[in-house]
Design a protein around this ligand. Sequence first.
Ligand code: NAI
Length: 336
Amino acid sequence: MKIAFFNTTETDKQFFSPALKGHAVELIPEPINDDFLPFTHDLEAISVFVNSQVTQKVIDLLPKLRFIATRSTGFDHIDLAACKKRAIAVSNVPSYGSNTVAEFTFALILELSRKVSGSYNQIRQTGSFSVAQWQGFDLSGKTVGVVGTGKIGANVVQIAHGFDMQIHCYDPFPNEQLKTQYDATYMTLEQVLETSDIVSLHVPYIPNKTHHIMNKKAFDRMKPGTYFINTARGELVDTEALVEALQSGHLAGAGLDVLEEESFTQHCEERLLEIHPNEQQLKEYLFNHYLIDADNVIITPHNAFNTVEAIQRIRQTTLENIIAFISGKPQNVVSL
Ligand code: NAI
């Protein structure tokens, strides 16, 4: 089989090339998207990460493509409708880092509650050990609102319990075990937003279902002084509404590992010279720059998944997904 892996590192090469001996394996450092199309057009399988965009144009360019193995849990970077038309199977890695992303969620929460990087930078940049600017707040006794209690949200609940927090949850499919084991209370989304000191999002992005579930109405419902955390997907949030809620002081701060139009924002300078961005992309870019510059917002580069252990689990499951597809028994298949 002719397989190309996009957005890869030298370590990926050392893992996948020997493991797929006998197949034509190519490892390409860049992600695949409309602006970076592969030179080889007879690929039968591709493996991508979330910063690739497998669009209709990409799929049209690869007439022999039969299989996509995404090295991620989310698959909103793949045009599933286009895959369905061509009967291209898509596999994901359903759980490689439920604890990993939950731990990072608390890295963001603790950064907002205890201002670690600001105080660290002060010492490095000025030599001052003054604590005047760095008073934080306890997590113990505060209420965390967990929106989406699947694999990652459940781990957030478990950690929050360890911090002695009150735990309010919303999920259309409540997890009974979280109620008994960690004193989690399920309520409506509106109630979670109205009662939490910190709201953390752990919902998949499904364009016609969860697009902008955090909109102006949702932010207005939150108590003044609420902190908002997003390690799920940027497109779940109406960025303009988030910026307004922060600018007005209604929200006390935000911790964001993901942004709307994240890829455009990352590569804006080169993209501006190559393509004509649409009005919405430019607006998101400006809002994202407000967020990047704001003192009460911490932004990380979609890094919640990135631990040694999680990456090893991603590689192993992706390899198993590819071998399963080749042997005619595909696994971890995303429904199209
Ligand atoms: P999961 O599928 O185990 O859980 C998702 C939960 O959300 C389910 O319980 C589902 O019932 C619930 N849900 C669906 N629609 C909802 C809605 N409108 N309101 C409330 N709950 C809703 O997924 P998992 O593994 O917990 O991952 C969640 C998301 O985290 C992924 O879809 C992905 O986008 C993101 N993620 C981000 C990473 C990062 O590096 N920042 C890494 C891995 C995942």
